[in-house]
Design a protein around this ligand. Structure first.
Ligand SMILES: [Zn+2]
Length: 347
């Protein structure tokens, strides 16, 4: 049976599934895939929305895993079911589908379901894994990684404009904590300003020479975003504490960057780290056009599912925006690319 990836995208986009609220779309997919004669498993993910009040409930959330009954898959196609907020439903014109999740990542789910249908007709042992929580904390991927199903290859989907990713940059979150001593601001010699220490530390962090990976082309720079600064008490009080949160997109081992920051701020701020997704390199396959993804994916969380690849239709530049959309032509082209990639991997 041929699956209409465009129509399936419409249906998926019209079911709201912002992170922590993936239950309904998971149920839809589980039933849809069971009707296609897959054996379907719901992998419960316990983590709840921290914003929920006690007693409030938005139902269960779970990953959906589908495979041919009794068959260990060679290759698994995978992406995420959750979206960023706010939800808005599907509209379209001749060229595009518009709506939250069209490119990140419900169009990709639809393309993978359509590709899997063709692959199993061609005798490829294929599986599908759709996870929750990618946009928040990868809670679904972590649960999936504890329950692998023996696949040798994992084709992950994110918007790469139908290019095969040769790498995904890493994401390293560090926090700087500066401490001082409060005093009346008229007598600064009696205190010690935590904010001065933090500002000087941040200045030096921005001036650091950070690793470059020439092989990654224009994506090969380590980039630094100081995303959040807090501290102080009042304009007339020498501040006793200040903190900054920094997100660094890495192109190599994160430990080197962490060590360099710790050295540069020594004596002025303490360094902690709350997220460390490594930079992942992937291999080239055939003549498929390639790119390097600057954004993070679930791939570092899914090592137990086989050698990773990353490919998907749509542009990351419109993901997470009110202009999110996917080209119908590109979506259908990606069905063929998934078939081609999976076939050449298992050959
Ligand atoms: Zn995504």
């Amino acid at each position: 049976m041929n699956i209409d990836a465009i129509d399936l995208t419409r249906k998926l986009v019209n079911i709201e599934s912002t992170s922590y609220h993936e239950g309904a779309v998971g149920e839809f997919l589980a039933e849809y895939l069971a009707a296609q004669r897959y054996s379907v498993e719901r992998m419960a993910v316990a983590q709840r929305d921290p914003a929920l009040k006690p007693g409030e409930d938005v139902g269960e959330r779970f990953n959906v895993y589908a495979a041919l009954p009794g068959v260990t898959p060679d290759v698994v196609l995978s992406t995420h079911m959750d979206t960023v907020p706010p939800f808005f439903g599907c509209t379209e014109d001749d060229e595009f589908l518009y709506g939250r999740g069209t490119c990140d990542a419900k169009g990709i789910i639809a393309a993978q379901v359509a590709a899997a249908e063709q692959l199993r007709e061609a005798g490829v042992k294929v599986g599908l894994l759709f996870v929750v929580g990618e946009e928040r904390d990868s809670a679904g991927a972590k649960v999936a990684n504890e329950n692998p199903r023996g696949s040798r290859f994992l084709i992950n989907g994110e918007p790469t404009e139908n290019h095969l990713a040769l790498a995904t940059k890493g994401a390293l979150r560090v926090e700087l904590h500066a401490h001082g001593r409060m005093a009346h601001s008229a007598y600064p010699e009696l205190g010690e300003s935590a904010i001065d220490k933090l500002v000087e530390s941040l200045h030096d962090v921005l001036a650091m020479e950070l690793p470059i990976e020439p092989e990654f082309g224009e994506a090969g720079k380590t980039t630094v975003n100081i995303g959040l600064i807090s501290g102080g008490r009042a304009p007339n009080v020498i501040p006793d504490k200040a903190e900054a949160q920094i997100l660094i997109r890495t192109v190599g081992p994160s430990q080197d960057v962490k060590d360099a920051i710790t050295r540069v701020v020594r004596g002025r701020a303490e360094v902690t780290s709350s997220l460390d997704l490594s930079c992942i390199r992937m291999r080239r396959v055939g003549e498929l056009p390639t790119m390097v993804a600057k954004f993070a994916t679930d791939i570092p969380m899914l090592p137990a599912w086989g050698e990773p690849f990353l490919l998907g239709p749509g542009s990351i530049h419109v993901a997470h925006t009110p202009d999110e959309r996917i080209s119908k032509k590109e979506l259908l082209a990606c069905v063929d690319l998934y078939v081609e990639l999976a076939t050449s991997l298992v050959k």
